[in-house]
Design a protein around this ligand. Structure first.
Ligand code: HEC
Ligand code: HEC
Length: 248
């Protein structure tokens, strides 16, 4: 090859590399590897929306855009729940370390995006929030939940809508039917008692008309009472104890 040939070849190679060949995807069009997606809103869309729905909309499971719920759970605890899932319920494990689809960085991006879009921390600056978990309640000095005391709380705060023993009334859910309790963990029940389900008409701990907000102890007690209504189901592989213990 003459030196002219070499120069011409080099120029050609550079020219081909520099121009966008037809059909070649641009940077924006290239498929991002699923574990490299760090857009929290996109992650919510692909991994959470199917069960939790969109803020304010009716969905099978709790609305993750509810600011009361977000204030109570806090970002650290939300990340933990997303990583580990909730044993004995349909809430999956998401951390790749636990066999799930998301890396730690993705779970952080997702949690950041949920809080950035929907949390309203200013609105809760002067509100004493009940502890998210029973363990936190115990650390704050509450006694373990007691189902007998819980029944008294139920009669006082819940019976007018749900009936004296959970058998329904006023159009609200029948809690004695079993499937709901069988699919919901004790923490799930606790979160409902604290944050309510505004999109369903279920009041939060401080919205019981004409009554003071539920105390930390009353919350633990009424959850213990609800949990005591669980019955083992034929064909269901887990006994009710699994949910309370958080066993797989
Ligand atoms: C297959 C359905 C399903 C998917 C998908 C799902 N969840 Fe859940 N999630 C649930 C269920 C059911 C519960 C309630 C579990 C219980 O009873 O404690 C739950 C509970 C939670 C809780 C705790 C709620 C509480 O009551 O304290 C958080 C936080 C949560 N999910 C976040 C997410 C996020 C974020 C995603 C997306 C990465 C997601 N979930 C995807 C079904 C799902
Ligand atoms: C003002 C009426 C009202 C009061 C008072 C009330 N609830 Fe509810 N609750 C509702 C409604 C409405 C729903 C949604 C009904 C449905 O899904 O069919 C609901 C749903 C629930 C659910 C199921 C939520 C879900 O995710 O499907 C639980 C658990 C519950 N309530 C517990 C309680 C407890 C415990 C109390 C007392 C501390 C209480 N409720 C007080 C109206 C009320």
């Amino acid at each position: 090859m003459t030196s002219l040939h070499v120069i011409v070849s080099i120029v050609l190679v550079i020219a081909v590399a520099a121009c966008d060949l037809p059909g070649r995807p641009t940077q924006a069009e290239r498929r991002v590897r699923p574990d490299r997606v760090l857009d929290g809103a996109a992650l919510f869309e692909s991994h959470c929306r199917g069960c939790h729905g969109e803020p304010g909309r009716l969905a099978p499971v709790r609305d993750l855009g509810d600011p009361v719920f977000l204030a109570v759970i806090g970002e650290g605890e939300l990340r933990r729940v997303v990583s580990d899932g909730v044993a004995g319920t349909p809430m999956p494990v998401f951390s790749s370390a636990g066999g799930g689809p998301l890396t730690e960085a993705q779970i952080a991006a997702l949690a950041d995006s949920i809080f950035a879009r929907w949390a309203t921390p200013k609105a809760f600056e002067s509100v004493t929030l009940p502890p998210y978990s029973e363990a936190d309640a115990r650390r704050a000095g509450a006694q373990p939940g007691d189902s007998e005391r819980g029944l008294a709380v139920w009669k006082d705060y819940c019976a007018e809508c749900h009936g004296p023993t959970g058998e329904g009334g006023g159009g609200a859910l029948r809690l004695d039917q079993g499937s709901f309790l069988a699919l919901t963990s004790d923490q799930g029940l606790r979160s409902i008692v604290i944050a309510g389900r505004p999109e369903l008409g279920m009041p939060s701990w401080r919205e019981h008309e004409g009554k003071p907000p539920l105390t930390v102890q009353q919350i633990s007690d009424v959850v213990a009472w609800l949990a005591s209504l669980r019955r083992p189901f034929p064909g269901r592989p887990h006994s009710s104890g699994d949910l309370a213990a958080g066993a797989p």
